[in-house]
Design a protein around this ligand. Structure first.
Ligand code: MRU
Length: 352
């Protein structure tokens, strides 16, 4: 932990959504930010499952890191049982079901299982080291994404983002907001425009909060304003994160991302996707095969716990959408900037 907070503070960021202390995994409860800063302890892999499912932690890389620590906790729980490894592997199966769209969840569980399967002894120690490595690699990847993405931006930029793909959605620093942080470090004048992102308001609550923590200028807008902001020249580039990027470059991200991408093309504005290579899924050929999570319709019927729609109305609540690859100007990864044709570029970026 000391080294990760050291890496983050050297890069100029104070925000981190997780802690690992004395065998307990703590999450900054993102359901109640920015009013309250509450750290919730996870002591079992089931605590981790509920934290992911119930949005205590969210954002693809942060979900992956959290699942990795869930696997460490599962190994601890199983200690002394004759079926310890079976218990560990079934915990992995269980954790993968917490949310379906972010591929980082599956990726992190598979990586933890492979590390433990390879190790003959000291399983717990090896699992803990692997989870810490996943976390640290994510932070380092984000800083590199920020540097590469920052260089793509002009001297002065109005940078629209959707949802929260920031420090809070990752191990720290962020992907899309990592690009904003990287650009600021390079001396660019950056104003981030944050789509509020109904219904969970990740933009209003989380993106605004974390950018203010790091002293970065942020302007909140309702989701429906993005077209006008582009057309009138206040927004001059878009950067978003991703929950999964298929082999052909189609991008799954927070519902509404597709609308923003189409508007960006209409207004000749670059639309960048920032994501670590752990979000590239070469086993899924295109966006059509990516599972889209549908959450409880009540989330749409209510605002801040108060019902706004009349009884009897239905509600659709798909929480991600697919942006076809042809709308994506570039995918910014820690391994470099990928441009169309995406299929060979993605295949090359993904480690064997
Ligand atoms: O439902 P959420 O809040 O988990 O959705 C998060 C997003 O869509 C993020 O943009 C994505 O996970 C990328 S996070 C770096």
């Amino acid at each position: 932990m000391a080294s990760i907070s050291g890496i983050l503070s050297k890069a100029g960021s104070k925000v981190c959504p997780m802690k690992w202390e004395s065998g307990v995994y703590y999450l900054l409860d993102q359901r109640v930010l920015p009013e309250s800063e509450i750290w919730l302890p996870c002591k079992t892999h089931k605590d981790v499952f509920y934290a992911i499912r119930d949005m205590v932690v969210r954002g693809a890389p942060a979900i992956g890191i959290t699942a990795a620590f869930g696997m460490v906790l599962a190994l601890k729980e199983g200690h002394g049982r004759h079926d310890m490894l079976d218990y560990f592997f079934s915990a992995g199966k269980y954790l993968k079901q917490a949310r379906p769209t972010a591929v980082n969840l599956r990726w992190a569980v598979d990586r933890m299982q492979a590390a433990v399967a390879r190790a003959g002894t000291n399983l717990l120690e090896i699992a803990e080291q692997e989870a810490l490595a996943i976390w640290e690699e994510d932070v380092r990847a984000n800083i590199e994404i920020g540097r590469l993405g920052g260089e793509l931006l002009p001297e002065t930029v109005g940078l629209l983002t959707h949802c929260n793909a920031g420090a809070l959605a990752t191990g720290g620093y962020g992907t899309a907001l990592g690009v904003a942080r990287g650009a600021v470090s390079l001396g660019r004048r950056v104003t981030v425009y944050a789509d509020e992102t109904r219904p969970w308001l990740q933009g209003a609550r989380l993106t605004c909060w974390e950018l203010l923590q790091d002293g970065i200028s942020v302007v909140l807008n309702v989701d429906n304003a993005s077209g006008l902001l582009m057309r009138t020249g206040r927004v001059t580039a878009v950067v978003v994160g991703a929950d999964r990027i298929a082999a052909n470059g189609d991008v799954a991200n927070k519902i509404g991302t597709y609308n923003v991408a189409v508007l960006a093309k209409e207004n000749s504005i670059p639309f960048y996707v920032a994501a670590p290579v752990s979000t590239l899924d070469v086993t899924t050929p295109s966006g059509k095969e990516i599972p889209i999570e549908e959450r409880n319709p009540e989330e749409v019927m209510e605002i801040a716990g108060r019902r706004v729609a009349p009884e009897g109305a239905g509600a659709a609540n798909p929480v991600f959408d697919i942006t076809p690859w042809r709308y994506v100007t570039a995918i910014i990864t820690e391994k470099g900037i990928l441009t169309p044709p995406y299929e060979p570029a993605i295949a090359k970026a993904v480690p064997e």
